[in-house]
Ligand binder design. Sequence first.
Ligand code: PMP
Length: 433
Amino acid sequence: MTRLHSRPARSPVWHPFTQHATAPDPIVIARTEAARLITADGRGLIDAISSWWVVTHGHRHPAIMAAIREATESLDQVIFAGFTHDPAEALAHDLIAIAPPGLAHVFYSDSGSTAVEVALKMALGTTANRRARHRTRILALEHAYHGDTVGTMSVGARGVFTSAYEPLLFEVGRIPFPVPGTAAVDQALAALEAECRSERVAALIVEPLILGAGGMLMWEAHVLAEMARICRSHGVLLIADEVMTGFGRTGTLFACEQAGITPDILCLAKGLTGGALPLAATLATSEVFAAHYTEDRSKTFFHSSSYTANPIACAAARANLRIWREEPVRQRIAALAKAQSDRLAQVAGRDDRFAAPRCLGTITALDLPVVDAGYLSALGPGIYRHAIDNGVLLRPLGNTLYVLPPYCISESELDQVYQVIAGVPEAVAAGVR
Ligand code: PMP
């Protein structure tokens, strides 16, 4: 493998989701540009996974970078209890204007996991403050992923990501994953109905239309709509975790739009600033807010992060939303969706060395049939290296390959990505590990 980096010897940095004993040295990135990461030794890598799903329009969109520079002329972090500022106020209005109708309040934090933790606490706070203390159970989908903090791991699927931390995790009700066109759809709806009837449930949390880290598993909008209906009819809150799906990934601004639903609580992060700075928002309905709105100070929503509503990040998010208003982002997304599905069909449609090719909006995925399916599949690291050696950043989820690119990716860059994917079976046969 070509050496792409000049990592300082004995770096003290401990990287995320990285087994340092087996992983190659990390690649030093000196610059980012549109759909590319430029290495310290000047090579371009196509960022086919949007740097862990955060970059939407492209790296360093000029309008977002300019907004960040401008914001630094007047503000840095300001305590957000008892104080406020224009960037946070204006962004909240902007978000309410584009969110599914009925969401009326915006709670800021700083990562996807935190946005979900906030949502779970809002749900439990709502039932506790309404004196429905028996409603403490959370429901979640099989194969779900909602983050890496203790609460979010609890609602996520149990497995290699979570097994060491099992003693810390709380129990949740697990709803079968509604595999499209199978009996699992009815089973999922029946399981949800039965759980809701128990009157012990506070909330259902879902990743709308696609389970990301669980393997890019797609499910149908009409099932989501039905789940929303069941929840509503039983007074169970619906939490939509759009940390990954938000800001266009599934073809619409939010995935919930495709089901025509408004969740009680909506979690946003990753693409909120276009991928430039960490910022998260948990949006809630007036009912959820009202459950915490009382003279009784013990019913306060007890949550904060030091960097809540960071003004510079809020300015970046406002610039992101302006890009959505002023540039043809929706057309770009529609064109990317078509370009993606065409290439997926060419590469995987008639090749039985690939299984389950699938696409949703700007995302495509396929599986490599293997005996050790799952995140620790021996193939993952080898495919990653094969892609890097060919100028593309792909990070397989075990034996699942996916392409989730920034919306500015060019046709020729996409061609290169799919050439790499087309070469994966040969690389595997040649023994990449
Ligand atoms: N929810 C979903 C659906 C996600 O995909 C992720 C991250 N991949 C998270 C939550 C957690 O976000 P973060 O990494 O910003 O904490």
